[in-house]
Design a protein around this ligand. Structure first.
Ligand code: FES
Length: 110
């Protein structure tokens, strides 16, 4: 796994869901009640952009058909049988870093 510095300032004082571009990936940055989470941005149901969704009570909600995902575990609500990816996050000297697995390509040729 490689740690990538988050290239934008994260405001923990407001609640929001927005896009975050790191290491060639579009991720979903969530700030809810002072807790920051980073998840995958593509909804596993039908591919909607989760960065256009919103967060309620620790669940990220897809704007298309309202599937709900736990922002700590990525698990979808029970009847959905799906999940999203949650990326590890760490804070050092005021900066956030996201842990992203090396792609197979980078493992072989990186
Ligand atoms: S595309 Fe996300 S719930 Fe359908």
């Amino acid at each position: 796994m490689e740690w990538h510095k988050v290239p934008v300032k994260i405001d923990e004082s407001r609640n929001y869901v927005k896009a975050l571009h790191v290491a060639g990936k579009k991720l979903c940055l969530i700030s809810e009640n002072g807790v920051i989470s980073v998840t995958s941005s593509r909804c596993p149901h039908a591919g909607a952009d989760l960065t256009k969704g919103w967060c309620e009570g620790g669940k990220l909600i897809c704007p298309f058909h309202r599937h709900r995902f736990n922002i700590e575990t990525g698990a979808g609500d029970e009847q959905q049988h799906n999940y999203i990816r949650v990326y590890p996050l760490k804070k050092e000297n005021g900066d956030y870093y996201i842990g992203i697995d090396k792609s197979l390509w980078n493992k072989i040729f990186g």
